[in-house]
Write a protein that binds this ligand. Sequence first.
Ligand code: AHR
Length: 326
Amino acid sequence: MSKRVASVLVAGAMVAVLAACGSGGGGSAGQGSGHKLVVGFSQVGAESGWRTANTKSIQEAAKKAGVELKFSDAQQKQENQIKAIRSFIQQKVDVIAFSPVVESGWDTVLKEAKDAHIPVILTDRAVDSKDESLYVSFLGSDFVEEGKKAGDWLVKEYAAASGDVNVVQLEGTTGSAPANDRKAGFADAVKGEPKFKVVASQTGDFTRAKGKEVMQAFLKSQSKIDVLYAHNDDMALGAIQAIEEAGKKPGTDIKIVSVDGVKDAFTAMSQGKINFDVECNPLLGDQLMDLAKKVKAGEQVPRRIKTEEGTFTPEQATAALPNRQY
Ligand code: AHR
């Protein structure tokens, strides 16, 4: 090897080492000036179109903001999220963010993060912890409000109906904030109208496959189903397949109200298969990076940041479809 080639290789190796130090690798996170912000993010999984869009938004926003993102997919298991958070603590990341798969059971690990002086931001979903000092902020939707919007639509849609309206409900992941809150919000909206009967309600775990399977069971066990309320679009899309395979017309024989507002659901709406969709915005990445930077800089941030969201009729969804990002 010539002297010149050798010196170029040595210089290259030094640049690589310096770059690794600068990116907070090797446990140096949180130290020194000019250091890149390191955020550990524990994602629920990849159970739905909404979740895929949320992951993409967070990963792209981190790149854009120059944040080093340590991303971990929990595959819808709380124990995996707890492991990931512990590993972030060990790696001394600057900020931990996570979307908790279920609401309860977080106090111990959040206390560990607090003791290590690592601030925690909740994104998308909340925890039911009584100790509010365990996290600095919660960025995400108002799921109770979403359920209420679905129920309000139902009340209007059936304003003229006098007989019973039989509703089946596909619930999200058991114990998760969106499943608990969307159920509660919906129940609250229809409670003054005894004609609405929730004749069956079961979890479809926010997935298309489970939504289809549970809807098949509902179709077998219930002699009359007027309405399906699905806690997310993926379960509604799975249920549509089950309804069609049973020889019925989704959107006509069984009306469908769902939550999320993903592209595939808008396509189904444009075909008359879903009657109303309540939006839940997954594009939280930019706001999260902004929040993480402020938290690290010691700035005061709001305890609760709610996402702005709308609702869609089939006409509105059809018009929005060409520009829908997710
Ligand atoms: O927490 C948000 C919910 O989780 C979305 O409605 C659903 O699609 C996702 O899996």
